[in-house]
Design a protein around this ligand. Structure first.
Ligand SMILES: Cc1cc2nc3c(=O)[nH]c(=O)nc-3n(C[C@H](O)[C@H](O)[C@H](O)COP(=O)(O)OP(=O)(O)OC[C@H]3O[C@@H](n4cnc5c(N)ncnc54)[C@H](O)[C@@H]3O)c2cc1C
Length: 405
């Protein structure tokens, strides 16, 4: 493909995990595709170093990445299975335990570094003939026309797209330039991410304790360490970030009720502001939003990119269907299939996580005993637990083709 090409069937703005997965998923549909990404992915990192940004990947995401033929590369770069999940409540008691064995599955999912997924997908894009990578590159403006979108790049170039896909994350410029509004709110919480070494073995279990100031998750890594995602109200997060290493380790051990013995901070910390956000529409003629550009969710159940990969798979399926029926790939007849398939599911997950955040974030006595009781009852209701695990594993029948067994 020539470097001077300036007109494409599909232009994806944002080659992060979701945008790259989408481009890889449509690489064989006979379309010309460009991906505009502002940052080159990291190619190497020191052995044994674990990044601060890791994800809990569902089985549905794993299947999508397998079908895109990048899972082996991700496995080579490093994955950590988790086989059980234990969730408990700091105020009001109650706990719930999920075990992959109850479903006859080897694990409930995998903990993977963001950069490993990003690199594996990027390498797949580099080897796909139909994909033209513009990186580092960014956009400054978009003009929507009847024939598609015209994008102006920061270096002055202009690119035509029959279909423009915004996969440029939570602060999406594509969404803003297209004038698509969002609904949602700031949580006034920050997620502190770090790695820690527990005194005891983590048992390949994802641990989550709900504190009134926000949930603390300990995600098991293959080398015995845990990746920490500690969501806390802004004031508490500022205190935690200001602590020295020892004080932070003590606070972390206390917050985890020392379930894994003493936790020792291992390396730096970072904190990320949390927000619930949902685009009022995912599609317009000639335009679709996917991943965090369409929805941002509280990380308490580790769902963000899992939802984003399902978006990518559904939009790819919608284009495939549109092409098979001889329809315009950028027309609403084609891309509305994607919005219909994903919006309800995303809305439900955003709502459920928001409810959990509020329910467990309150220290009102009535609510604390109610949620303690709720956890105890849910732990004993095998069919309910099974449904929950099946959903978390993405074993439902209504998955997009790329995510099916
Ligand atoms: C603390 C924390 C923990 C989380 N844990 C989990 C978890 O366990 N499981 C899970 O599923 N999700 C988790 N998430 C959510 C997950 O990180 C996001 O859902 C995911 O990163 C979204 O991917 P994306 O590709 O849509 O967007 P992003 O990852 O934001 O990628 C957007 C890409 O677009 C590029 N870009 C942006 N603007 C432009 C532009 N103008 N031009 C060109 N390129 C541009 C950026 O460089 C970037 O590469 C977590 C989030 C947080 C904050």
């Amino acid at each position: 493909m020539s470097d001077s090409q300036s007109s494409f069937d599909v232009v994806v703005v944002g080659g992060g995990m979701v945008g790259a997965a989408f481009a890889a998923a449509i690489a064989d549909l006979g379309l010309s595709i460009a991906v505009i990404e502002s940052r080159e992915p990291l190619r190497t990192w020191p052995a044994g170093e674990i990044d601060l940004r890791v994800l809990a990947l569902s089985r549905a995401s794993q299947r999508i990445l397998e079908r895109l033929e990048v899972w082996e590369r991700i496995r080579e770069l490093g994955i950590s299975p988790y086989r059980q999940m234990r969730v408990w409540n700091a105020v009001g008691g109650g706990h719930i335990h999920f075990d992959s064995q109850d479903l006859g599955e080897a694990d409930l999912g995998h903990i993977v570094e963001n950069r490993a997924i990003q690199l594996a997908l990027w390498e797949a894009l580099e080897s796909a003939d139909a994909i033209h990578l513009l990186c580092p590159a960014s956009i400054t403006d978009i003009e929507m026309q009847a024939s598609g979108a015209r994008l102006i790049l920061t270096d002055g170039r202009s690119i035509e797209a029959r279909l423009l896909v915004g996969a440029d994350g939570r602060d999406s410029l594509v969404r803003a330039l297209a004038g698509i509004e969002t609904e949602g709110w700031d949580y006034d919480q920050r997620a502190i991410v770090a790695n820690a070494r527990p005194a005891e073995w983590h048992q390949e279990t994802a641990w989550q304790r709900f504190l009134p100031t926000g949930p603390l998750a300990l995600l098991p890594l293959a080398d015995g360490r845990c990746s920490i995602v500690w969501s806390a109200d802004d004031a508490r997060a500022a205190e935690l970030m200001a602590m020295d290493e020892d004080a932070f380790s003590v606070a972390l051990t206390e917050a985890s009720e020392a379930r894994l013995g003493r936790l020792s901070l291992d390396g730096p910390r970072a904190s990320i502001p949390l927000r619930l956000q949902h685009a009022k529409t995912y599609v317009r003629p000639g335009l679709a939003l996917i991943g965090d550009a369409a929805h941002a969710i509280h990380p308490l159940a580790g769902q963000g990119v899992n939802l984003g990969f399902l978006d990518a798979a559904e939009l790819a399926a919608a284009l495939d269907l549109g092409l098979a029926r001889g329809r315009d790939i950028a027309g609403l007849w084609t891309i509305r299939h994607y919005e219909r398939a994903r919006r309800g599911d995303n809305q439900m997950m955003l709502g459920a996580m928001d409810l959990l955040k509020r329910l467990f974030g309150s220290d009102q006595p009535a609510l604390s005993s109610l949620r303690g009781l709720g956890l105890k009852v849910a732990d004993q209701l095998t069919p309910l637990k099974r449904r929950f695990m099946e959903h978390a594993l993405g074993l439902g029948a209504d998955s997009p083709p790329l995510a099916r067994r």
